[in-house]
Write a protein that binds this ligand. Structure first.
Ligand SMILES: [Zn+2]
Ligand SMILES: [Zn+2]
Length: 370
């Protein structure tokens, strides 16, 4: 029996999401039906709502259920699922992996290109409304009371872990901590600068601290976020409204520049600043999602001295390996998640959650379901 559930639906850019009933099909094959317990509100969803990114490539339907940072409890599984059973607690991740391609087998499942985010052609869509297809953002659609996903889009976690904290591990924390530990591989005693102190940037700071960086410089335009940055491991802060971040970082590193810099917002201007604040041999990592069609422009000299610029997809995660490890780091007090959840709200408050995020009032909003 298909389930009718409430979900936050995107219809048009620059319009609020609307809470509507949609229908979820029953799980087939390797799919699992998960009752959503909590979902973080991530900036990437806001990029679509604000019209900075277009949803093409993710959804061709006239309306789409957004959300991609969810955790919940398995309700039902398809007949080919062996990894999970009803009652299991899970965190969802958009890095759905096949497990058999070259990228998966060489340790890079976040680069997997096998199309598992939607059902195969010819099968009925997973999400519908009045019989018409509704898009399922990145194969998850977590702003909904239930999610119907491929089993390789979730990791099983132990029942003791609070799901409103675990949800953050599905995107923001996975991406930020992974950017430091997996993508850039920050070394002990190194120096780091992070531009942007939202949920992802704060997680990069945490990853750099866990890796043993000796200096972590946080850059943002909100003092409130810089305070949060100090709370999770930044050793220095720069408010980019008052000070030029490149000069400030150079001065804090005695003119040398940092070993690692991270762009955690999604602006080309900030990516350039990341390169300009590097020391010789440094690595700049773009973590933020850039607007559709964004172009980079920088002088060759910005990368002279064997500096490198790289992108980062979802923290180069191996989420079934990383998320259980991050849960252990949370338990041992090394990874801060409680500090990252500024507020929990019901699904109906989704548009208010976006507003608060834009205003820099929160690290993470988490929506919870009863
Ligand atoms: Zn996200
Ligand atoms: Zn694969």
């Amino acid at each position: 029996m298909p389930s009718t559930i409430r979900a936050a639906v995107f219809r048009e850019a620059l319009q609020p999401l609307t809470i509507e009933n949609v229908d979820l099909d029953d799980p087939i094959g390797r799919e699992v039906l998960v009752r959503t317990v909590a979902t973080g509100v991530c900036h990437s969803d806001l990029h679509y709502v604000d019209g900075e990114n277009d949803l093409q490539g993710f959804s061709s339907a006239p309306s789409t259920v957004l959300g991609h940072e969810g955790a919940g409890i398995v309700e039902a599984v398809g007949d080919q699922v062996t990894y999970l059973k009803p009652g299991d607690h899970v965190v969802a991740c958009l890095s759905v992996f096949c497990g058999t391609c070259e990228q998966c087998l060489s340790g890079h499942p976040a680069r997997c290109q096998t199309p598992l985010r939607t059902r195969a052609q010819g099968l009925p869509p997973r999400v519908t409304q009045g019989g018409r297809e509704v898009g399922q953002f990145v194969g998850l659609a977590t702003y909904a009371e239930k999610m119907l996903v491929h089993e390789n889009a979730v990791v099983k976690i132990d029942d003791e872990m609070p799901l409103d904290r675990a949800a953050l591990l599905g995107c923001g924390v996975l991406t930020g901590v992974g950017a430091a530990l997996n993508t850039a591989q920050v070394r002990p005693t190194s120096t780091v600068a992070v531009i942007g102190c939202g949920g992802v940037g704060l997680s990069v700071i945490q990853g750099a601290r866990i890796a043993g960086a000796r200096q972590i410089i946080a850059v943002d335009t909100f003092d409130s976020k810089l305070e949060m940055a100090k709370g999770v491991g930044a050793t220095h802060t720069v408010n980019a409204t008052n000070d030029d971040p490149v000069e400030a970082v150079r001065s804090l590193t005695h003119g040398k520049g940092v070993d690692y810099s991270f762009e955690a917002v999604g602006f080309t201007k900030l990516a350039r600043q990341c390169m300009e604040m590097l020391g010789v041999g440094g690595v700049a990592t773009i973590v933020g999602v850039m607007p559709t069609g964004a172009m980079h422009e920088f002088p060759h000299s910005a990368l002279a001295g064997e500096k490198r610029l790289q992108t980062c997809s979802m923290g180069s995660n191996r989420f079934r390996f990383d998320i259980p490890n991050y849960i252990e780091l949370y338990r041992s007090g090394k990874l801060f998640l409680d500090e990252m959840v500024s507020v929990t709200r019901p699904l109906d408050d989704i548009n208010e959650a976006f507003r608060a995020m834009k205003a820099g009032e929160v690290a993470r909003n988490v929506l919870t379901f009863n």
